[in-house]
Design a protein around this ligand. Structure first.
Ligand SMILES: [Zn+2]
Length: 147
């Protein structure tokens, strides 16, 4: 399990896991000790709130995976900054925050050759639950990023 987590990112630490209704729920946390305010670039270690972010990832064998990332909202201590509280960001999590980057890549790969309805069905049976509209949005975003 630790190997699987390492493949997502060296930044992640495995905490625990359980299998609920045939789905792996893997609790992980970040090694990073501080975060950088996205507006002013100041380092912050001051935790505002702690919460769990659920992120879909690639399956292990025939079981789907949901990462439960222990994450934080932090306070920006720079008095001149308009951002008071910001969420931690992670390079390995996709732009919509509910999927890992590598899962997004897989979804795009599958969707290249299938309609979004078929892709959604295939992904739901084999990889992760992804709704049709979310696939459409990802394809659109990917196309605009590549232009
Ligand atoms: Zn700031």
């Amino acid at each position: 399990m630790e190997e699987f987590i390492k493949q997502i990112s060296d930044d992640l630490i495995y905490v625990s896991h359980s299998i609920i209704d045939g789905v792996y729920h893997i609790r992980v946390k970040s090694k990073e000790e501080y975060k950088i305010c996205p507006r002013c670039g100041e380092k912050s270690t001051t935790v505002h709130t702690k919460y769990i972010r659920k992120i879909n990832d690639l399956p292990i064998g025939d079981k789907k995976v949901i990462l439960e990332l222990e994450t934080y909202k932090l306070k920006c201590k720079n008095n001149n900054c308009a951002t008071k509280v910001f969420s931690s960001r992670y390079s390995y999590i996709g732009s919509n925050c509910y999927k890992t980057k590598r899962l997004e890549d897989k979804i795009l790969e599958v969707s290249t050759n299938l309609s979004s309805v078929k892709a959604s069905k295939f992904l739901g049976e084999n990889i992760a639950n992804v709704c049709k509209s979310s696939i459409c949005n990802m394809i659109k975003k990917n196309q605009s990023d590549n232009q």
